[in-house]
Design a protein. Structure first.
Length: 390
């Protein structure tokens, strides 16, 4: 009887405007597609609202060849934008007819939140359905970029610690790491520190976590899961963030490689480091040259000195060191493709383009900072799309 109720329990058809978008084929499979922007306009869900409301919709960026096929069918003109998102017409028909519940969640990536006494194998299966055909609360693993190019993006303001003015006493729910014996601490202290830049950008259960940090790859006494529990407790965000944060940390640690041993013999291997960091309403923009082959160069020490000279707060120190290490990892990974190394310098003092190589600090209003971050995020997404097309 539960199956017989499917048609009765469907939502009301969605309100639309204008004519229905054109359907077309791009291959021999017989699958019909639509243009995402036209669907968004038709459903009154523009500016990405369509994909935020229905993350389970299939979509892809049209390639140059596919765009030519669509243009040949008269669906678009030669003057249309180069970035075209394709969606499946069959799925859009379901959304318009009110059968949109299954597209409100990315079911291929939703997993049940582990509970006490639950085996790990159970947590790796899709979340069970409940009444109303809605999945149980679960966490959605966010996609970590396959390359380290995201470290080149601007460093956004980190998610602030939640401060409730109604609570007089803070009750900590996360575990306190105080049971490590001295022998384990002594052994860990003998290991070399290998800091890896970590960027967190996770949307989950109506909350967005944005933060940057450096993680010691040789850390033995603190696991990513324990750190995630402490961070979630400090920020007072849902516990579903714990496995997502741990997944981000492990993925980026495993994919990071900044081995400079091959550069020791090179006496001068400079790269340009660009800082674009936002903390609160303060924005720091700067650029300088960094010698990768010099083992004495420390991003953390440089960050502390720079913040002391500019009178910046401590949050800038970790953000600057993260940004430097992220860019160094990118340069080391791509140095074999560099065809134009920087010219050898005779004196460290510059005589031209001084403004270009000087730090710039701006104190912006909330509206100005929001607009600046939004524009930079849009530009970063555009650059990544262009890189993927090439």
């Amino acid at each position: 009887m539960g199956r017989a109720k499917d048609k009765d329990e469907r939502d009301e058809p969605i309100s639309t405007t204008g004519r229905k978008p054109d359907r077309f084929m791009i291959d021999d499979s017989g699958e019909l597609y639509m243009i995402g922007s036209e669907v968004g306009t038709h459903l009154k869900m523009t500016r990405g609202l369509l994909y935020r409301k229905y993350p389970g919709l299939w979509r892809k960026q049209a390639t140059f060849e596919e765009r030519k096929k669509i243009e040949a069918q008269g669906v678009i003109s030669a003057q249309s934008t180069n970035n075209i998102t394709l969606v499946k017409a069959l799925e859009i028909d379901d959304v318009i007819d009110g059968l949109d519940e299954k597209y409100k969640y990315d079911h291929t990536k939703v997993y049940a939140t582990p509970s006490k006494g639950q085996d790990k194998e159970e947590t790796s299966t899709p979340a069970r359905r409940t009444r109303g055909n809605r999945p149980q609360p679960g966490w959605i693993p966010q996609t970590v970029p396959a390359t380290q190019s995201y470290h080149l993006d601007a460093v956004p303001t980190a998610t602030p610690v939640s401060r409730s003015r109604f609570l007089t006493k803070r009750v900590r729910s996360s575990p306190i790491i105080n049971d490590i014996d001295e022998a384990a601490m002594h052994d860990a202290a003998q290991l070399d520190e290998y800091l890896v830049p970590i960027r967190l950008d996770i949307d989950l259960e109506g909350h967005r976590l944005r933060d940057t940090l450096t993680w010691n790859k040789n850390e033995k006494n603190l696991t990513p899961e324990q750190f995630s529990e402490i961070l979630v407790d400090d920020l007072e965000i849902p516990g579903a963030f714990v496995p997502a944060i741990a997944n981000f940390i492990r993925t980026q640690v495993d994919g990071y490689d900044a081995d400079t041993k091959a550069l020791v013999e090179n006496s001068d291997h400079r790269v340009i480091i660009k800082l674009n960091i936002h903390v609160g309403n303060t924005s720091l923009v700067d650029q300088f040259e960094w010698d990768i082959s010099c083992p004495q160069n420390s991003p953390e020490e440089f960050a502390r000195t720079l913040c002391q000279e500019l009178g910046l707060g401590g949050e800038f120190i970790s953000a600057i060191s993260y940004s430097i290490r992220g860019q160094l990892g990118w340069h080391i990974k791509t140095m074999t493709f560099t065809e134009a190394p920087l010219k050898t310098i005779e004196t460290p003092l510059r005589t031209g383009n001084l403004d270009k190589w000087a730090p710039s600090i701006e104190n912006l209003t909330d509206q100005e900072m929001e607009k600046k971050i939004r524009d930079q995020d849009r530009n970063a997404r555009r650059m990544r799309r262009l890189a993927n097309m090439n």
